[in-house]
Write a protein that binds this ligand. Sequence first.
Ligand code: ATR
Length: 414
Amino acid sequence: MGIRVDWDSQDKAIITYSFEGYWTWPHMHEAVRQVYALMATVNYTVDVIVDLTESSFVPSEAIANARQLAVSVKPHTNYSGTTVYVGMNTLARTLLNAVSQIYYQMNQYHNFVFVRNLAEAYKVIEDQRKKEGRVHTTVNKVGVIGWPVTHSISPAMHNAAFRVLGLLDWSYELAPVPPDIVRQSLKMLREEGGFIGVNVTVPLKQAVMPFVQPDERARAVGAVNVIDFRTNLGTNTDVVGFIDDLKAHNVPLKDKTVIVLGAGGAARAAVYGLVGEGAEVVVVNRTPEKAQVMLADLTISAGIRGADVKTIDEAAEISPSLIVNCTSVGMWPKVDESPWIDGVPFPKGVTVYDMVYRPLRTRFMEQAEAVEGRAIGGLGMLVRQGAAAFNIWAKHEAPVEVMYEAAENALRSQ
Ligand code: ATR
């Protein structure tokens, strides 16, 4: 359809979007949606260049939908950037001024400027930034490495936290790193990229371990999800994220029987955390041998004993107080699946914790609620592991509520 939203290569603060062909409401709506989704992920004011040099304008449609457009940008009332339109004819300018009146009536200040070419547009934005003293210099960069990382909601959550604490020289960015160049990428991010630290996500949590100094927790779990480049320490905040979220939901753990579904990295963090809190853990996994290996590893790395491997049928008999889904089953787009397979009765009145947060409500959670259970989704764990990383990097108490809200908004707008 010809909508292109690009970051400016220099400082990533200018978005250019252009419509080839007609400039109509659906184009505009989609472009606005994309622009605001991107804006939500950074902590500085974004300027926008609308390149219309290749487009024709359909005035009747644009004016008819101006109000609708204004409504769609209403949630972003704090937007204070400059929007520069390139190559707009006189009629279109008149109409856009009408749109700006509507914005104004809705208490939104929009700084619209019309120019002939892109060079002028860049100049206008540069001048405007200077005038407002808005030269943003990101001194402290953090981010997330993984492959792929495009759908990460971490930038939205961390940048919201930086913004609310006034840490405007901090920014959180996506850093896609293919698994075969982990070592070089870490070096580059640290030495040339100006990164203070990074989150590590799938599939690199184990792969980064030889290149950092893993702390006790990371060694015990066998995975690093946070690196501080200043010390080269690697830690694992998934454990604390998970346990903190259970505590925030008042889920008792001491001497309680907990079923952990899965035997991957997430399950390792869960078993380690739960045993540390005094829970009796039973592991159920599609491949039981992997669960045995996981527990044997945890015995060696963390002295964990007493956790058991069972089949799902056996587990259904033991009336646990908590069941935790540490598999990826039920994750978008396969939202109809559940790690608790059909045919096995779901234990009644149990609390379930689903580490899956996309969707926010999973089939597994519904299964629990259908038999008088209580269900907690995994977004809180994501936020709390992020908050723990934030504390390490920024040495500030993370604003957990703000981060949760930003993460939830980012998920909903995906
Ligand atoms: P992570 O590091 O995110 O935990 P992982 O190491 O790939 O990811 O582990 C995924 C877990 O989900 C494993 O326990 C896997 O079961 P297997 O050990 O049998 O592979 C489980 N899993 C993934 N897809 C599954 C499915 N369709 N049914 C049941 N379990 C599944």
